[in-house]
Design a protein around this ligand. Structure first.
Ligand SMILES: [Ca+2]
Length: 656
C-alpha cells in the first residue's frame, strides 16, 4: 500500500469505527421492570406446583431466578421507597406512608430509578402502582387507571360495587371476587393494555426505553376474572403447614389487621385464631387466581416486546414489593420480619447473561437499583446502599453476601431488626432503637417454616451472640468479598407522614358529626373488635372481642385547626352501667402521639355531655413531631384489651 492508500484506508477504518460507536449508543439494552403487589414466591417456577404461572415460568427459563431475595421492609411504601431509591429504610426514613423527609428532602436530591434512567438518555414511562401514593409527584410519564372499566370500585360485580360505597371497599365487601368479566374490568387489565400500547410504539423509537409496570394484584381484595379461578380445583389447594403463632415468639411478631378490614371471617372468629379449612382454601384459591391473572398480563407485555422486535435487547425484571402470609403463623397479611413477608420473587432475564439458572445466594431488593444501572452500563450512584448482583447473572453459584437485612416497626417506639444468613433468621425487637425487648431465632436447616423460636435455648447462646454481633455490625459487614460500598448517608429523622399541602382543603374552626341517617359517615372506620351501627340517629359502638392492634375506632378526614384550647365534646350515654375507659389519640398529618386515657362516667342510659381537653394530646404530639396545626384524625378505643365488655352510644361529637 502506498502512502495515500494507507491514509484513505485508515480514514475509512476510522469512519467505520465512529459509526460503530454511534450504533453502540442505540444498542443500550431496554428495561422492562415489572412489579406485582403482595406476591410472595407462590409461583410454579418457585416450586408452588399447583400454581398456573406459565409466562413468569418462561421468563425464569430465559433468565436467572433468585430463590433468596429479601425485601428491606415488608410493606408497600417502605419497600418501594427503598428499592426505587437504592437506599435502605433508615436512610429513606419512610415507614408507612411515604415520609415528609423522603418526599421533601431525600427524593429531590436523589433521582428514583426511572428518573435516573431518563437522565441517562432513556425514554421512560411508568404504569400503575410504582411508588406507594404520590403518583402525581412522579417526574416520568405515568399512567394510572383509578378503577377498572365502568366501575368506581375495586370490584366488578354490581353487588360488591354497591357495598363498597364511596371508598370502593371496606367492612361490607368480601376479601375476594370471582366475576365473569374481561381482564380490563380490573385495573391490572387496563395497566397491561396501556403498557402494550406504549411498547408497540417503541418500534419507531431509536432511544432505549425504561418501562416500569406496576400491577396492583394479588393485593387484597383478591379479585380476578373467573377464567383464572377456573384454572384451579379448590379442594386440591394446599394449606399452610404452619398455622400457629411461632412457639416462644413475642405476640407482636405477628399482626392481624388485613382480613379484619373486609367482610368474612378473620383472626377473631375462631377460638384458636385459625380459619376453617374450607375458608382458607377459598382465600388461597382467590390469591392463586390473582397470580394467574397477573401472569397473563406479564405474558401480554412479553408478547408485545417480541412483536415489536425489542425482546432480544431488553432486560426484563419481575419482582413483587414483599411477600405474604397465607395462613402461615396464624396470619393473613404482611408487615412482619418472617420469611413469609420478607422473601419475595426476583427473576431477571438479560441479553447476554445466564438463562434458566437459579441462584440460591442471598440478595436484597435494595440491590436492584445498582444492578439495573450496571446491566445497562450506567454509572452506579455512590450513595446507593445496594450491590449490583450482575456477577451472579454471570455465575449464579459464586460466593456472595453473607446476610440480608430487613426491619419492621411496631408503632413508633419499637422496631424489629432482622438478619437472614444462609442457615438462620435472627431478629431483635428494640425499644426506641436501643433496649432489646425480645429476640427470635429460627434455624432454617431444621425449621424452614419458622415454627419455634429457639433464641432462648441454652445451647443456642453462642449462635445468638454471633448473629447479634453480625446484625449490629450491619449490612456493610455482609458484602461479598472484595466489594466496597462508599455510601455515607445520614440516618433519616423519625417518620413523619407526608401530606400534599396542595390538596388540603381550607381548615375548619370546628367539625360536628351527628348520625341522622342509616349510613355511617364516610369519616368513620372501626377496626377489629368493634361494631358500629346507627339506630334512631344514635351511633352505637359495641365491643365484640378484645383486640391487640393499635387502630380501633377512627374518625378520618377531619380538618380542624388546632389551638391551645382545642376540645372534643361528646354527647353520649353508656349502656348496662358498664364503666368505660376512653383511650384516645389526636392525629395530625398521619402522625400519632401517645395514648391518653379518660374515664367515662356511667350515665344510666341518659344522654350527657362530656368535654375532653385536647391540649395534653397536642403537647405529646409536639414533643415527638412538629407543631400541630390541624387535627386530621381522631382515634379512640373504649375498654381496650383485657376488659372488653361494653357499648358507647353517641348522639354527636364535636372537635374544635
Ligand atoms: Ca404491597
Amino acid at each position: 500500500m502506498n502512502n495515500i492508500t494507507t491514509k484513505l484506508f485508515l480514514f475509512f477504518i476510522a469512519i467505520i469505527m465512529l459509526s460503530c460507536t454511534q450504533e453502540k449508543l442505540y444498542e443500550k439494552p431496554n428495561v422492562l421492570f415489572i412489579i406485582s403487589d403482595d406476591m410472595r414466591t407462590e409461583l410454579n417456577c418457585y416450586g408452588a406446583d399447583y400454581i398456573h404461572s406459565p409466562n413468569i415460568d418462561n421468563l425464569a427459563k430465559n433468565g436467572v431466578l433468585f430463590t433468596n431475595a429479601y425485601v428491606q421492609q415488608a410493606v408497600c411504601s417502605a419497600s418501594r421507597a427503598s428499592f426505587l431509591s437504592g437506599v435502605r429504610p433508615n436512610t429513606t426514613g419512610t415507614d408507612y406512608p411515604y415520609s415528609k423527609y423522603f418526599m421533601n428532602e431525600f427524593w429531590p436530591a436523589h433521582p428514583m430509578l426511572a428518573e435516573y434512567f431518563e437522565q441517562n438518555g432513556y425514554y421512560t414511562h411508568t404504569f400503575g402502582k410504582i411508588h406507594h401514593g404520590p403518583h402525581d409527584n412522579l417526574k416520568t410519564e405515568h399512567y394510572f387507571p383509578k378503577t377498572g372499566l365502568n366501575t368506581g370500585s375495586y370490584y366488578a360485580l354490581p353487588e360488591n360495587i354497591e357495598k363498597g360505597g364511596k371508598k370502593g371497599r371496606g367492612k361490607e365487601t368480601p376479601p375476594y371476587e370471582c366475576a365473569d368479566v374481561p381482564d380490563e374490568a380490573y385495573r391490572d387489565g387496563l395497566i397491561a393494555k396501556e403498557a402494550v400500547k406504549i411498547i408497540s410504539q417503541q418500534k419507531e423509537n431509536d432511544k432505549p426505553f425504561f418501562l416500569a409496570v406496576g400491577f396492583v394484584k394479588p393485593h387484597l381484595p383478591f379479585n380476578a376474572p373467573k377464567k383464572y379461578w377456573d384454572l384451579y380445583e379448590e379442594s386440591e389447594i394446599p394449606l399452610s403447614p404452619n398455622q400457629y403463632h411461632p412457639e416462644n415468639s413475642p405476640s407482636y411478631s405477628t399482626n392481624h389487621y388485613a382480613l379484619a378490614n373486609y367482610a368474612g371471617l378473620n383472626y377473631y372468629d375462631s377460638p384458636d385464631h385459625v380459619l376453617p379449612d374450607n375458608y382458607q382454601r377459598k382465600l388461597i384459591h382467590a390469591y392463586a387466581a390473582c397470580i394467574s391473572f397477573i401472569d397473563a398480563q406479564v405474558g401480554k407485555l412479553i408478547e408485545s416486546l417480541k412483536e415489536t422486535g425489542k425482546y432480544d435487547n431488553t432486560i426484563i425484571v419481575f419482582i413483587s414489593d414483599h411477600g405474604w402470609h397465607l395462613g402461615d403463623q396464624q396470619m393473613w397479611g404482611k408487615t412482619t420480619n418472617f420469611e413469609n413477608s420478607t422473601l419475595a420473587p426476583l427473576i431477571v432475564s438479560a441479553p447476554g447473561y445466564e438463562k434458566g439458572e437459579r441462584s440460591t445466594r442471598l440478595v436484597e431488593y435494595v440491590d436492584l437499583y445498582a444492578t439495573l444501572c450496571d446491566l445497562a452500563d450506567i454509572e452506579i450512584p455512590e450513595y446507593t446502599e445496594g450491590t449490583s448482583f450482575k456477577p451472579l447473572m454471570e455465575n449464579p453459584d459464586r460466593e456472595w453476601k453473607t446476610a440480608s437485612f430487613s426491619q419492621f416497626p411496631r408503632g413508633r417506639k419499637m422496631e424489629g431488626y432482622s438478619i437472614r444468613t444462609a442457615d438462620y433468621r435472627y431478629t431483635e425487637w428494640r425499644v426506641r432503637g436501643e433496649k432489646v425487648d425480645s429476640i427470635e431465632l429460627y434455624d432454617h436447616r431444621k425449621d424452614a417454616i419458622e415454627s419455634v423460636n429457639i433464641a432462648y435455648k441454652k445451647e443456642n447462646e453462642s449462635i445468638v451472640a454471633e448473629l447479634s454481633q453480625r446484625l449490629n455490625a450491619g449490612w456493610k459487614d455482609a458484602l461479598p468479598k472484595g466489594v466496597l460500598n462508599n455510601s455515607n448517608n445520614p440516618v433519616a429523622p423519625p417518620h413523619v407522614a407526608y401530606v400534599d399541602e396542595k390538596n388540603r382543603p381550607k381548615p375548619r374552626k370546628e367539625e360536628t358529626l351527628s348520625f341522622t341517617t342509616g349510613d355511617l359517615n364516610d369519616k368513620w372506620e372501626q377496626a377489629e373488635g368493634y361494631q358500629l351501627s346507627v339506630k334512631n340517629g344514635l351511633l352505637h359502638i359495641d365491643i365484640e372481642h378484645p383486640a391487640n392492634y393499635w387502630q380501633k375506632v377512627s374518625i378520618k378526614g377531619l380538618n380542624v385547626r388546632a389551638h391551645k384550647n382545642s376540645q372534643l365534646i361528646m354527647n353520649y350515654k353508656t349502656m348496662d352501667n358498664t364503666p368505660l375507659s376512653f383511650k384516645y389519640i389526636a392525629v395530625s398529618n398521619g402522625n400519632w402521639s401517645q395514648w391518653l386515657t379518660r374515664e367515662l362516667p356511667v350515665t344510666n342510659g341518659e344522654l350527657k355531655e362530656l368535654s375532653i381537653d385536647l391540649s395534653e394530646a397536642m403537647e405529646q404530639y409536639e414533643k415527638e413531631y412538629e407543631t400541630m396545626e390541624y387535627i386530621t384524625q381522631f382515634v379512640f378505643c373504649i375498654n381496650p384489651q383485657e376488659e372488653y365488655k361494653g357499648s358507647l352510644v353517641l348522639k354527636s361529637l364535636t372537635i374544635w
